[in-house]
Every structure is written in C-alpha cells, then in structure tokens.
Design a protein around this ligand. Structure first.
Ligand code: IDP
Ligand code: MG
Length: 153
C-alpha cells in the first residue's frame, strides 16, 4: 500500500488544531505508519522546499516553519498520495474548497496548516527525508476489512 508524508505546520500546533487534523485522516480510514515531533532546521527546509528557495517569500516561509516544532506523519492507504492531497486542498487557504483541511482551517497562502507530498516520487523522497526506517511501522488495523474490499487491500 502507498504512503505519503504529511507535516502539521507550526500554525497547526500554535492554534491547537493537531487533534482535529489527525482525526480527519483517521476517520477517512488512513493508517498512521509513523508520527513524531521535530524542529526543522534551515538546511532541512532548504532541501524540502528547494523549488521555492529563490522566491521572495522564502525567508518568511523558513521563519514560519521553524517557529515551533512540527509533527511529521507517514500516512498509509490505497492511493494515499492522491487522497491526502485532495483532503488538503489548494495551497492558498482562501482558495481551498470548504471541506478540505486548508479550506476549513486556513485564511492564508503561507499559514496553510499542513504539507502533503504531491506525487508518489516526492512521497518516497520526503518519507526518507524525515523518517528513519525503524520509525515506520507496518501493522494492520483490525477494522481493515470494514474499510476496504478484499481486492483493494
Ligand atoms: P503546496 O504546499 O500546496 O504543495 P508549494 O507550492 O509546494 O505548495 O509551496 C510550499 C509552501 O510554501 C506552501 O504550502 C506555503 O506554505 C508556502 N507558499 C507557497 N506559495 C506561497 C506564496 O505565494 N506566498 C507565501 N507562501 C507560499
Ligand atoms: Mg508542494
């Protein structure tokens, strides 16, 4: 099964929305394969947001992402990358559709609650960036059979 990388950003920690965001993933039927709190260094952020380092807002993004620790999660499920991106919504919280995480919890292009990998390739690279192999867990929740048909697992 596929897994994707999610980061609960500092705004989520500051605004005490951690539980509500994780609750959405669990209610959807996604499986938490890894979860931990960490501080993101500027070096790690330059790597993670390499596609944005030349943008004028990059210093503000680094400041915003390091103001508190973040929570990183590896989330597993069938088509997890696509499902989690759809649940996340558009980058700018003001444009994200109601019902998405950003659409429901964010009014900002920068302070937009979570990061979610945008492709299977990014998910694999980003999972390796944030987790050591022994921090990821392979287990089957007992409700699996109620969440998927046998030929979907
Ligand atoms: P994504 O998070 O939806 O994948 P990216 O373009 O990869 O969007 O941007 C990464 C992060 O950089 C965004 O989630 C947001 O926090 C920040 N960001 C992107 N574009 C802007 C902008 O125009 N102004 C301020 N922050 C931005
Ligand atoms: Mg992105």
């Amino acid at each position: 099964m596929e897994s994707t990388l999610v980061i609960l950003k500092p705004s989520t920690i500051q605004r005490a929305l951690v539980g509500q965001v994780i609750d959405r993933f669990q209610k959807k039927g996604l499986i938490i394969a890894g979860i931990k709190m960490m501080r993101l260094s500027e070096a790690l952020l330059r790597e993670h947001y390499a596609h944005l380092v030349d943008r004028p807002f990059f210093p503000l993004l680094v400041e915003s992402m390091s103001i508190t620790p973040v929570i990183v999660m590896s989330i597993k499920g069938r088509d997890a990358v696509e499902v989690v991106r759809a649940m996340t919504g558009a980058t700018n919280g003001r444009k994200a559709l109601p019902g998405t995480i950003r659409g429901d919890f964010s009014m900002s292009g920068q302070e937009n609650i979570i990061h979610a990998s945008d492709s299977l390739e990014s998910a694999e690279i980003e999972t390796r960036r944030f987790f050591k192999p022994d921090e990821l867990f392979d287990y089957t929740p007992s409700l699996m059979r109620s969440m998927y048909a046998p030929d979907e697992i």
